[in-house]
Ligand binder design. Structure first.
Ligand code: NI
Length: 178
């Protein structure tokens, strides 16, 4: 197990559609462990594999008591609408209200490769949708209106104009974020 460096906005892998996992083997399990460790150190409620530079369909969440690994996850049904503030470990210090379905039914494989089905609402539903978006190359900013999105992106670019890398080491002292 190891903490993995995070890829921040600007890293091309965040815009890639991730590949399905063909077989859940020991390598995948070790990777899932490292993702949990990274998410915990960064104090996130979710993490997708491409946020640590790996374009595979693997994500983890820890939200509303649901601490789960999701391999090849998909949402099979969704209902309702809810708006709440979101952030992202790949876009630190940027937050905005996002409207999404309030409840979802998730199907995925767990770290043993066993299929499961989970129906959740509230924060867990939001986190699952946010992470599956990542696997499709979508960021929470993409759900905002064009003006709000443009404003947040302009501020991000200004704040990060001197950055020489989009890789960020996670330290347990990092500020809390979603
Ligand atoms: Ni995110």
């Amino acid at each position: 197990m190891a903490r993995l460096p995070l890829h921040l906005l600007g890293s091309p892998v965040l815009r890639q559609r991730s590949e399905e996992v063909a077989k859940v083997d020991d390598d995948v399990r070790a990777f899932v462990d490292s993702m949990f460790e990274t998410m915990d150190a960064a104090q996130g409620v979710g993490l997708a594999a491409n946020q640590v530079g790996v374009a595979r369909r693997v994500a983890v969440i820890d939200a509303d008591g649901h601490r789960i690994a999701m391999i090849n996850p998909r949402i099979v049904s969704a209902e309702g609408r809810a708006t709440a503030e979101e952030g992202c470990l790949s876009i630190p210090e940027v937050f905005a209200d996002v409207t999404r379905p309030e409840r979802v039914v998730l199907e995925a494989l767990d770290a043993d490769g066993t299929p499961y089905r989970l129906e959740v609402g509230a924060l867990a539903a939001r986190a699952i949708q946010h992470e599956i978006d990542h696997l499709d190359g979508i960021l929470f900013l993409d759900h905002l209106g064009p003006i709000k999105r443009k404003m947040l992106l302009a501020r991000w670019k200004k704040d990060h104009r001197n950055d020489t890398t989009y890789i960020k080491e996670v330290t347990p002292a990092a500020a809390p974020s979603d």
